[in-house]
Design a protein around this ligand. Structure first.
Ligand SMILES: Nc1ncnc2c1ncn2[C@@H]1O[C@H](COP(=O)(O)OP(=O)(O)OP(=O)(O)O)[C@@H](O)[C@H]1O
Length: 267
């Protein structure tokens, strides 16, 4: 198995809080891989360390055989990233943003222009191409961010919650683009909370909980004879029943209103 990504003992601490507690993540080349885990499991911190955005306190991350923190320039040429809390140049139009990214990547201008038009078309952003990014909707921002991440044809694409805020039609478009991308041997790694989506798209899954990888492998192996959602709940230990947390007062409006003297019919 050729590995697109692997990490060894990746570790990050924020004060007393251990966010990532020695993660060995493996993703085979050509996979459509899902990184799943509950809120606060350490997914974003892990992806940030693997993509060279956040320096680990320990361990190493390797992409296409290159150490992310020793060969940062070579690694960054090979990866595309759609990070959480995407920051874009708001005063550029969508088209200008893609041109700018292409020039940053030293792609010849004629090539940049051709790729830009194709990506704008596929993402259904042609009509909005000359609009400033500041005026884009959440879903449009995701799509232009993904287009920017794809423009240099990376070998590995990292996406943090790529489908959040994206309408179903656009989500289908994004899915098509990403499936075409992996079919040609490139690798997609995305984090998500939407188990149905991960189950539908991914052939490889890594499950994180409390800073650790608790399961990892081909989808069929991680899922077993359960749905991925059930496997996830079994692995991370959920769900908590609302009654356990109290909340006896919640939703009692009708009953309270009937019992309340001020609501009664005595006048
Ligand atoms: N900059 C920071 N400073 C302090 N603690 C942080 C910081 N970033 C993350 N953490 C903590 O690290 C842990 C992992 O956070 P992270 O954002 O990686 O989780 P996640 O799995 O991506 O969560 P979510 O699904 O909610 O996005 C959490 O406990 C979080 O509070």
């Amino acid at each position: 198995m050729t590995e697109a990504v692997h990490t060894q003992g990746l570790f990050k601490r924020y004060g007393q809080q251990i966010a990532v507690a020695g993660v060995d993540l493996v993703v085979p080349a050509g996979s459509f891989a899902g990184l799943v885990g509950p809120n606060g499991a350490g997914k974003t911190t892990t992806l940030s360390m693997i993509t060279g955005l956040l320096r680990p306190d320990g361990g190493r991350a390797v992409i296409d055989g290159l150490d992310v923190w020793r060969d940062p320039v070579q690694v960054k040429a090979r990866v595309g990233v759609l990070p959480e809390g995407l920051r874009l140049f708001e005063r550029l139009s969508g088209r200008e943003l893609l041109h700018y990214n292409g020039r940053l990547r030293a792609i010849p201008m004629a090539e940049v222009e051709q790729r830009t038009e194709e990506l704008l078309g596929v993402m259904d952003l042609r009509e909005a191409a000359d609009k400033l990014v500041v005026d884009y909707s959440t879903g449009m921002r995701k799509k232009i961010g993904l287009a920017a991440a794809l423009l240099h044809n990376p070998s590995v694409l990292f996406l943090d919650e790529p489908f959040e805020g994206v309408d179903p039609v656009s989500a289908n478009t994004l899915t098509d683009v990403l499936q075409r991308f992996t079919a040609s041997g490139s690798t997609v790694i995305f984090s998500s909370h939407v188990m149905d989506l991960v189950e539908r798209l991914c052939d490889w899954v890594s499950v994180m909980s409390a800073g650790h990888i608790v399961a990892q492998g081909p989808l069929a192996q991680v899922r077993g004879d359960r749905t991925l959602n059930q496997a996830f709940l079994d692995l991370v230990g959920g769900p908590k029943r609302a009654g356990d947390a109290g909340l006896t007062w919640l939703g009692a409006n009708g009953a309270a209103a009937e019992e309340s003297p001020s609501a009664g019919g005595e006048r």
